[in-house]
Design a protein around this ligand. Structure first.
Ligand SMILES: NC(=O)c1ccc[n+]([C@@H]2O[C@H](COP(=O)([O-])OP(=O)(O)OC[C@H]3O[C@@H](n4cnc5c(N)ncnc54)[C@H](OP(=O)(O)O)[C@@H]3O)[C@@H](O)[C@H]2O)c1
Length: 304
């Protein structure tokens, strides 16, 4: 069986859904069930469930609030992963941990490789980078999977915010100078379940990998795609205005370039995610309740 910590988050819930579909035994534990920074609770859970693989989908993901809630961010992103890695080392279990593009500062021209040095701009990014380092130090049998711009039908995310704002506003002002790959939590979950058996069989594939949807866009491109996919169903077509990061001040600084090169993951595991635009359409339609017959054909003009 697989044990998932952070089972109530976007990726955690998609993992539970995918496991049910593929008849894979999986226990998804919420923050309320187990705090990953609680050594005794983690050890007891692993001893009780005796999993073949541990997945850490738990994290403190409130990027702006992390700038002031530093202790909470450290607990979820740094101490928790360290505790999980130590417990997995004691129990001789492999750990798959999810990390983020925000470990980079975004100043690179071109996509980031796994070998590029981290240089986070925010407390969220710093604590995530520290969590990665703690895992590498404590546990050889780990896979760190860095992803970016995650959305799903569950929880809070940019896609859902755009749909909510589109219901009442005629104009949306969205940042157009940060680049990344919107990635569906559903696809992340599918990828994890595909590679899972190679981890619990103990194949020598340990290390850090980048995994996002194909292609890149901006938050403005992402929003435009959401509105285009929803409009035929909702009838709402607010104008999406491109603005600069400087026009939308936030507590945390974000990388201008979040493009992650995912070829190592594809070469190693034989699996790549679909293009971001196709995945955004699927989730948008699911959220606005479209019947399959209402499917809106892909439009290339919003795709960066
Ligand atoms: N969201 C993104 O855009 C994004 C981008 C790149 C990478 N990632 C990474 O992808 C992974 C999954 O993210 P997600 O979007 O699924 O996050 P999410 O929806 O915010 O879910 C994270 C879950 O972790 C739980 N959690 C927080 N602190 C915890 C702790 N100390 N112990 C146990 N559980 C704790 C949260 O519970 P409560 O809400 O009850 O605290 C929440 O259910 C994370 O590693 C994240 O850093 C996310």
């Amino acid at each position: 069986m697989i044990v998932v910590f952070g089972g109530n988050g976007q990726v955690g819930r998609e993992l539970a859904r995918a496991a049910t579909q593929h008849a894979v035994p999986l226990a998804a534990l919420s923050h309320g069930d187990v705090d990953i920074a609680d050594e005794a609770a983690v050890a007891t859970t692993l001893a009780r469930l005796r999993p073949a693989l541990v997945i850490n989908a738990a994290a403190y993901t409130k990027v702006d609030l992390a700038e002031t809630n530093i202790d909470e961010a450290r607990r979820g992103n740094e101490i928790g992963p360290a505790v999980l890695a130590a417990a997995c080392a004691d129990a001789q279990l492999p750990l798959l941990h999810i990390s983020t593009d925000y470990v980079f500062d975004g100043s690179k021209v071109g996509p980031y490789f796994e070998t590029d040095p981290v240089c986070p701009l925010s407390v969220y990014g710093e604590t995530k980078a520290a969590g990665e380092a703690a895992i590498r130090q404590a546990l050889a049998q780990h896979v760190i999977m860095r992803t970016a711009w995650v959305y799903s039908e569950f929880g809070q995310n940019f896609l859902k915010t755009m749909l909510r704002l589109a219901a009442t506003r005629d104009e949306l002002r969205v940042v157009a100078d940060q680049y990344g790959s919107p990635t569906s939590a559903r696809t992340i979950a599918e990828a994890i379940l595909r590679i899972g058996p190679r981890l619990w069989r103990g194949e020598d594939i340990w290390g850090t990998y980048h995994f996002t949807a194909e292609g890149i866009t901006t938050w403005h491109g992402f929003a435009s795609r959401v509105i285009a996919a929803a409009a035929p169903i909702t009838g709402r077509r607010p104008r999406v205005i491109a603005i600069k990061t400087a026009d939308y001040p936030t507590a945390a600084r974000r990388p201008a370039n979040s493009h992650l090169d995912c070829s190592l993951f594809a070469r190693t595991f034989g699996f790549s995610a679909p293009h971001w635009a196709a995945e955004v359409d699927v989730t948008t339609r699911a959220l606005v309740g479209a019947a399959p017959a209402d499917l809106y054909p892909a439009k290339a003009d919003h795709v960066a």
